[in-house]
Design a protein. Structure first.
Lengths: 351, 171
């Protein structure tokens, strides 16, 4: 049928109006998507299938696309190393001499430390296994700072695992696919990390704001931190292990205390993902809480009953206590919680 | 005049191809590449395209295309889904509503309007981030992204120049 014969053929919809309606509908869809996907929900189950799928697609493409740049960089480094070998050698010798002196001090300190641990009976943290990965994409904007690394659940990586470069902590895993994981950097506005100032042991929360130097929030005391103080993870809350290097304290242009990140000393191409388990989750709480009071050991002495302040007059119906009897099996003060002294012991005891 | 020109401008030419180009360039800039020790900036490459779409003509397909671009940026950069879609759609709507004012303006004035639209997009991002994370993003970082995006106006101008008068039905 020709278009002119169609009764709707002459119908002309105003283009601006239809575009406006399309705009409003799409805006509503975008706002609904934004409200349903909050950044704090980036967790084990709520990271989302579309996001995991897109990460799985982006990671191999990024790996291939960044290969020429990576290889070129390695080539340039090789050429530079060839031409500057003498000065590099001199610098390394100086570093080696310093390191040897530090090694002697470290051996002595390690010995002292082990003796103290043995005397105090301290239980040290178990060693933390780790997985190495290469960064394949890098987001550096003011509203989100994250990276994709080419290792995932197949290597035991889970959301929450801390991520380090060779110099210090860079962030934590917020989403993990089979062979890819997304790392939320310490500088992301959604990042919060419990830290401590090494010199004073003061606690603070490292809060990212999209800039290169995250803030130290919730600092207590006026002299808690000084310029150049070393900042470490505090391990509070059990999310991160204690003592990972984070950076040094600096005063920002806005007067706030901030942290110059240790990881910024060198480009972050490769990362180490610590397969850290929260130690508080390793112990089962139900095993630590006794189910009930253990039965008394047969023949063991028990506490004497509390003295009665007002003795009731003896009546004929109440028999007098036998001489030589030990403490009564149950006193009013104990409320019957203690079983009779001659009750048979339960196997295994109270432990 | 060829037959295809007489039929009008197909949407894939002024919507689809620029969208794919933006996706490709954004992805390249998200690679961990460094030159002389410095990493690449992170401009909002989608902004010139979205601005040009609103200026060229009203279209039903442009808002969904902006939504797709925004969702792609969210997946790539790790922002919540819908974040960049909202940030791109707001200036798109404002520019679409003010097309009458933009018609016939000089390139310098158009650049100024483009800067204002970029300010709306990044301002929306600033507010949404502040509401969501309870932290005000670093204004210096926002300023750098604004500058890196504003200098991209020549790409928007080229798109407008090429497609504003390309469809015979709108002459």
């Amino acid at each position: 049928m020709p278009l002119r014969d169609n009764p709707l053929g002459e119908l002309k919809v105003p283009l601006t109006w239809t575009a406006g309606i399309a705009f409003i509908v799409v805006l509503i869809v975008a706002v609904a998507a934004l409200l349903s996907d909050r950044r704090e929900a980036f967790d084990t189950d709520e990271y989302g299938n579309p996001r995991t799928l897109s990460d799985r697609v982006l990671a191999p493409v990024g790996e291939i696309a960044s290969a020429p740049g990576r290889l070129t960089g390695q080539g340039v480094e090789g050429v530079r190393g060839y031409f500057f070998a003498v000065s590099e050698n001199r610098r390394l010798r100086e570093e080696l001499e310093k390191a040897r002196r530090w090694q002697e001090i470290a051996v002595s300190l390690q010995d002292t430390n082990e003796r103290y641990r043995a005397i105090l009976g301290l239980k040290t943290d178990p060693p933390i296994p780790m997985a190495s990965a290469r960064v394949v994409t890098d987001s550096r904007g003011p509203f989100a700072q994250s990276r994709l690394a080419n290792a995932g659940t197949e290597r035991g990586i889970k959301p929450g695992n801390p991520v380090m470069s060779e110099n210090g902590l860079i962030g934590r895993v917020v989403g993990a696919g089979q062979d890819v994981s997304r790392i939320l950097l310490l500088t992301d506005p959604a990042s919060r990390t419990p830290v401590m100032i090494d010199r004073t042991n003061s606690r603070a929360i490292l809060t990212g704001d999209g800039g290169p130097n995250p803030r130290l929030e919730y600092l207590r005391g006026s002299a808690a931190v000084r310029e150049g103080d070393v900042i470490l993870t505090s391990g509070d809350g059990g999310l991160l292990p204690r003592g990972l290097p984070v950076g040094v304290a600096v005063r920002g242009l806005d007067g706030r205390w901030r942290v110059a990140l240790a990881a910024d000393k060198a480009p972050v191409d490769y990362v180490r993902i610590l397969l850290f388990e929260d130690f508080t989750q390793l112990a089962r709480t139900q095993n630590l809480t006794p189910a009930g009071a253990p039965p008394p050991t047969p023949g063991a002495e028990t506490l004497p009953p509390p003295p009665r302040l007002v003795a009731p007059p003896p009546t004929a119906a109440t028999p007098a206590p036998k001489a030589g009897a030990s403490a009564p099996a149950a006193s009013p003060a104990r409320g019957g919680a203690t079983p009779p002294a001659k009750a048979p012991p339960s196997p295994g005891g109270g432990r | 005049m060829t037959g295809s020109a007489a039929r009008g401008l197909p949407p894939w030419r002024w919507l689809g191809v620029p969208m794919l180009q933006v996706m490709a360039v954004t992805f390249v800039f998200a690679l961990p590449l460094r030159f002389w020790g410095l990493s690449l900036p992170e401009p909002l490459f989608a902004m010139p395209v979205v601005f040009a779409w609103a200026v060229i003509r009203p279209a039903m397909l442009a808002p969904p295309a902006a939504l797709l671009l925004g969702l792609f940026l969210d997946m790539l950069w790790g922002t919540p889904a819908g974040f960049w879609a909202v940030c791109l759609l707001l200036p798109y709507g404002l520019v679409l509503g003010g097309r009458g004012m933009l018609a016939g303006q000089s390139q310098l004035m158009m650049w100024t309007w483009y800067a204002a639209a970029t300010g709306v997009a990044l301002g929306a991002g600033y507010l949404i981030t502040m509401l969501e994370t309870q932290v005000a993003p670093d204004p210096v970082s926002v300023g750098w992204q604004f500058l890196a995006t504003v200098i991209l106006y020549p790409f928007a101008h080229r798109l407008i120049d090429r497609f504003e008068d390309a469809d015979v039905r709108f002459r």
